[in-house]
Design a protein around this ligand. Structure first.
Ligand code: NAP
Length: 556
């Protein structure tokens, strides 16, 4: 009986194992099975050295026979990015030999370029796998693969046509280095247009999206390493990341896509909290949230956001936008008014946006949830803020959000900045945009040198001073001697959240002053985004628990 390949209704999680010897490869495979893998790819390029290597061939046989999961055997030659430098004929003969084992490998991976090298080799390879013209009952299927470690191959469509012409190929595999997020969209298009099972993956940091969203587009498998250092291709996520961070098994064709657009974004907390929130019992929201790295230049931002928002199949529904793209976001929305982009009144008043959401009408709304991030923890701790005297240190994006929110509720705000002109300009802008004199709005600007804590009920640091990996990680924006003069019931709010206890907050706690950490701002701005996207209340406690775990993990 000849078995015919039928497409799986799930995307397999495949752990690649670089086999150095049979016992350790099998031990790794057992770990992978326990950790939730469905398939193992044994990369045998280090184990088998070609003609006459009987020891290597026997080790491969042992691995295949004793594998705790169905397996793919791959002996990647050096000319396709692997480590095998033996002769082609010996490699193909080994595959043939594996095909006759009592328990043969479920799949072998053969490169398109190998089959095209010689008709003879192709004939030999075809003896090892099940295919329509195969006269025997074999249960090994061929994965026909093409890789490019430099970028999208210029002849991609021609390669696909040639792959389609190979009837023995049960599964097609295309993997190339993604040079931007947009390359993922083309990989998804390949999956949508497939004529048989297909693996289409982007390598490198830009390709993560293709790996996580493989189930959305019906990819045959996605590769995941057991440990970060065991990845066999650049950008490969870990099994734990896919299963617990991205809720891989919950991703389906209808899953909505969100993410954080910034540069860099690999270490962002946002995917951790939003994905945990989507999966929480109170939300059960069909969404996934990804890091979306976009290089700093405006052109990159414009091209990427345009492509994500206009892709008909991605189900992109929203994003957080962070450094260095917050200003780019407003510019993008202004330039795309005719495509349904709108900036809400709050983001206009702040002069910066950090959130994108797709509206029910199919348009796009830009808003700013940093304002909620500042105001919610303050209101919870202080209550009524009208008439409160607030010092905002810094005049950048975070300061703008703080000033806009506080001015709106009638607090008296003074902005202190290293560059005094920026503080004064910000104060003037806020007064005119919030109608000073009409609603009693009171915002002043001054040089940081003139800051005197005695005059304030609330002091908010909106500079990066004290931030780990920032310009002055061990410093406080306010000297301890200055804090000594603060009112005994003053509240010190540091918008910096990494570390959790900044030098400023430590100094405040030593003086028994009230304190609000940047983590609270972070969680409340994220909670506001979550509410906009899901129309469900955010699980704030879960957000806080996940964020604290991540931050303490990062500082270990
Ligand atoms: P930004 O736009 O670059 O503004 C930075 C401000 O800090 C500027 O006013 C700058 O003064 C001032 N500054 C920089 N280095 C300084 C120094 N060594 N001494 C005194 N002042 C200094 O940055 P941003 O987007 O507002 O972010 C500022 C901080 O807010 C970030 O580091 C981040 O930790 C925090 N933040 C937190 C959240 C949250 O969710 N918790 C959200 C957003 C931001 P000049 O004008 O003189 O250059």
């Amino acid at each position: 009986m000849i078995r015919r390949y039928s497409a799986p209704d799930m995307t397999y999680l495949c752990v690649p194992i670089l086999a150095e010897d049979a016992p350790s490869a099998l031990a790794e495979a057992k770990h992978a099975r326990l950790a939730g893998a469905d398939l193992i790819e044994f990369r045998i390029d280090h184990l088998f050295h070609g003609e006459g290597d009987d020891e290597g061939a026997s080790a491969v046989e042992m691995i295949v026979r004793d594998s705790p999961l169905p397996c793919i055997v791959t002996c990647r030659p050096a000319w396709e990015g692997g480590d095998y430098d033996g002769d082609e004929s010996a490699r193909i003969s080994l595959f043939e030999r594996l095909g006759t084992l009592d328990v043969p490998p479920r799949y072998i991976d053969i490169e398109l370029a190998a089959l095209e090298r010689s008709a003879n080799l192709r004939q030999k390879a075809l003896l090892a796998v099940d295919h329509p013209a195969q006269g025997r009952d074999l249960s090994t299927s061929m994965i026909l693969s093409a890789h490019d470690f430099d970028g999208r191959p210029a002849d991609l469509s021609k390669r696909i046509v040639r792959m389609r012409e190979e009837p023995a190929a049960r599964i097609h595999k295309i993997a190339y280095r993604a040079r931007s997020l947009r390359d993922n969209l083309e990989l998804f298009e390949l999956l949508r247009m497939r004529d048989r099972a297909m693996i289409a993956l982007g390598m490198g940091g830009f390709g993560l999206m293709s790996r996580v969203l493989a189930p959305k587009f019906g990819g045959f498998l996605t590769f995941a390493s057991l440990r970060r250092e065991a990845a066999t291709a650049p950008g490969q996520p870990t099994l734990a990341d896919l299963l617990s961070l991205y809720n891989f098994h919950s991703i389906t064709a209808s899953t909505r896509v969100f993410g954080v657009i910034g540069w860099p974004v690999e270490h962002s907390l946002s995917p951790h909290i939003h994905n945990a929130g989507f999966a929480s019992p109170s939300a059960q929201f069909d969404g996934v949230y990804l890091p979306l790295p976009v290089p700093p230049e405006w052109e990159n931002f414009k091209a990427t956001l345009g492509a994500l928002a206009s892709d008909e199949h991605l189900d992109f529904f929203g994003a957080s936008v962070t450094i260095p793209h917050k200003e780019h976001l407003l510019r993008f929305a202004l330039e795309h008014e005719n495509d349904g982009w709108r900036i809400d009144a709050l983001a206009q008043r702040v002069g910066a946006g950090n959130t994108i959401m797709r509206t029910e009408e199919g348009g796009w709304l830009v808003t700013n949830t940093d304002v909620a991030g500042v105001m919610a923890p303050l209101q919870m701790q202080v209550g009524e803020l009208a008439g409160a005297r607030v010092a905002v240190i810094g005049a950048g994006g975070a300061a703008r959000a703080a000033v806009a929110g506080l001015a709106e509720v009638g607090a008296h705000v003074c902005v202190f900045n290293r560059t005094a002109e920026r503080a004064i300009a910000l104060a003037q802008e806020m007064c005119s945009s919030t109608g000073a004199g009409v609603g009693g709005v009171d915002v002043e600007g001054a040089a940081l040198d003139s800051f005197d804590p005695r005059h304030f009920d609330i002091i908010i640091n909106c500079t990066p001073v004290g931030m780990a990996s920032g310009p002055a990680p061990d410093e406080s924006p306010i000297a301890g001697s200055d804090l000594d003069r603060a009112a005994p019931d003053a509240i010190i709010f540091d918008t910096v959240y990494n570390p959790l206890e900044t030098p400023l907050l430590r100094a405040a706690s030593e003086r028994n002053l009230g304190a609000i950490s940047g983590l609270e701002m972070f969680i409340h701005q994220a909670a506001a985004q979550f509410g906009l996207w899901t129309k469900r209340p955010a699980p704030i406690q879960l957000f806080e628990q996940v964020a604290r775990e991540r931050l303490s993990h990062a500082s270990e």
